[in-house]
Structure formats: C-alpha cells, structure tokens
Design a protein around this ligand. Sequence first.
Ligand code: NCD
Length: 450
Amino acid sequence: MNCILRGVRVIDPLARRDAEGQDVWLSEGRIIAIYKHMGEGNLPVIDLTPPAGRTPVILCPGFIDLHTHLREPGDEGAETLHSGSQAAAAGGFTQVLAMANTVPPIDTPERVKEATFRAVAASVQVLTGCALTKSLQGEELVEMEACAAAGAAAFSDDGRNAFSPRLLSEAIGCAATIGRPVLIHPEDEETLAQVNNVQGPVQRCPLRPVEAETRAVDFALRALAHAGKGHVHLQHVSAAASVEMLRRAKEGGANVTAEATPHHLGMWLPFANEPHPPGLLKVNPPLRTDRDREALVQALRDGVIDAVATDHAPHRVEEKALPFDRAAPGMIGLELALAICITLGGMGGDWIPTLVDRLTIGPFRVLGPSSGVREPRLRIGEAATCVLFDPAAEWTVEPAHLRSASQNTPLLGARLQGRVLMTLVDGALVHHDRQRLPWPAPTGAETVRA
Ligand code: NCD
C-alpha cells in the first residue's frame, strides 16, 4: 500500500479536524500526509471523490467498542478471539473491551493475565474486561487491585446484576483508587425474577420491563453517591425513562456515563419482519418502543449518552433456535454497528461527525487513561490506527460474508447503508475492501495480522 486516496473527508475529533476534499497519502501503514490537493508524482491514486451531492468517504481514528463478547474461553463454537477480532476489524473497530462472562469467567488476576496474554494475537487491540464479583454472582468482589495490575481495563458483571447496592458502592470506591470505571448491566434481577415468576437464573427470562432497568439505574446512582467518588458507566441503556434519570444525574454532577447499542438505537418492537427463528430478536435488555428508541438517539446526540457500544453477543445456531422463552439473548453487532446507526438510526448526513465522536472519543473517555485504551487520533508519520468508511455505500447482510463465527442478527438479508472500506491497526491492514481499494496484495509490513 503506497498510494493517494483522493477526495476523502477527514474527521479527527480530538484534533478538532473535519475537512472534506482531502488527499490522503498512505504508505506502509502510515499516513504520510493529508493535503487539500496533492501532486501525485509517481504514486497511484485511488479517486474516491463522490459524485455531486453524495456523501464523501470518511477517514477517522479507529472505532472503540466498550462492549464485546468474544466467548473465549468456553464457547469457541460461538466466537473466538480470532473470529471476533476479524469481525471487529471488518466493522471498523480497532479496540474492543472484551466482557468477562466467559466460561470460566475472567474473575481472578491469573485469568486476567491469561486473557490479556491471549489477546496479543488478535487483529485488533483487545482490552480485558474483568468481572466485578467472583463468578458474577454478586456476592464477593474480585481482587480488584490485583486484577487491574494483571491487565484489567475495566470491571463489569455484564449479563448479571446480582450485587447489593452496598457491595456495588464498595466496588465503585475501590475502582476509583485504581482509576478504572465500573460498568453496570442495569437490569434488576429481583424485579426480573418476580415478573417472570422464577427463582433461578433470570438471564433467559423473556419478560424484562422498563422498571427492571430504571430500578437498577437508581441503585447504581445511589451506590455512586454513597461511594462519594468513582465513576459508573451504564451499559446498553434501552429506555426513555432511564435516559431521563441519567440526564438528571449528569446535571446534578454525578460521574456517570452511558452507552447505547446500535440495535436499541435502530430497532423497536414490533419488528418490521419477524425473523426466523424468533429467538433472533431476543436480546437483553429487549428492544422497546419507537419512543424509547427516539429518546436514545436524542440523548446520544446531546451527549447524555456518551458512546455507541455494540454488545456484540454471538450465540450458536442451536441456542437461538430454542423457543423464545428459552433462547439465548443477544445479537452480533461489530460488523453491523455503523450501518445500523446510519440506516436504521438515521445517523447519516449531518449526524456523521457526532456518530464518529460517539464511536471514538466517547468510549475513549469512558475508559479513561489508566485502562490502557489508546487515544483515537490520526497521527501523521506514525503507524496508523484508523478506519475508512463510505456512509453511502449499500450492502446486503449475507451470512457467508460475516467474519463473526455466529450469524445471530434479525437483519440477515437486510439492505443497509454504510460500509467500512479499510481498517488499519498499528499500521497493519486488518480489513480491506479489494474492489473499492484495488492496490496490490499486501506484503511485508502490510501483511494482514492474525
Ligand atoms: C449478553 C451475552 O450474550 O453475553 N446478552 C445480551 O442479550 N446482551 C449479555 C449481556 O450483555 O447482557
């Protein structure tokens, strides 16, 4: 790769740069220069200049996902570090935070160390998420300091919410001293057990009312206030009522942040085309109403919701084929995130700079500098970590073309807009659309990583 990409819009939120009609000189995984008009000399030029009135192709820092399930160890039939990181690269994500609800869970310093070591082989940077409580049971905190020292970027019992407000408050205080956020899956398990009339696990229970979420948000905000320090991050917020609580808490000065998933920003029930099997629509928290969806989109725009996070949750076919009330919850998201936000969430057009912000510096700020997350910047002359995408390109979601080892999305066969053309991580080409970027096969420094 040694060429000029012509006619690109360059967005670098931290540098406050947003300029159309740029020529980008790429060489051996580095951005050598960005100019308005570059004399090409002997360099090949790939002209990406859009026809009049069409949105240009965008170059920006790589996306950061705060919420990825990679299933390794324990459920490699659903996803592996390799397949999941390939899916991340195809979706423009260059850093992902892996959730700890693997089998066994990542809940000891040794497991954190192993997971962090394994992650080095991935094609994107995988940050290790560590459980907040042992086995995610909500009874005993993990050794937070030792886990952070072993490489834990953040703490979350994602998938579960079994801790008491008192334990949560203790965890928030401890995390504050080591500069890590506490990420919370806000679905109150007691409420879920009651409405579903069960005594055992509630993860697959189908009835998940808004009150389960608002109650958990309330507990989390109280625990934060009680701790008197620290940072709480609410995962996959899904309801308008939670957005209001969040807005008020932020106005009151609470150190709370939140994410919304592409599926909650783009889909609602009843779903236009009932997928087969119906379990493909099952996700925790569930898709809600269009009013909830609109409130999330507005909150993302206002900055009340800080980041888009995929909650990429791959599951094996047989887990999704079960009757709805027993099917595994979750959807894949890494490869679809950008297109869902643009096509179904209405975040194309003048939304694009905000969307880029919420996919790059939004999640960067949530994780904070001690986590090990890298600053999303386009740096001239350095090995690049960036994404090139075409917000207007249309494509069909075909199972055979997905890099994830799982295909559990209700959008199979859907026609979407917004396509990643290239992803670079530390100068390595980890994803590349050969048709749109027809440069010679990579060699040497450009070799595609793992
Ligand atoms: C996630 C999973 O499958 O691990 N499922 C889901 O429906 N979102 C867990 C979670 O994020 O809640």
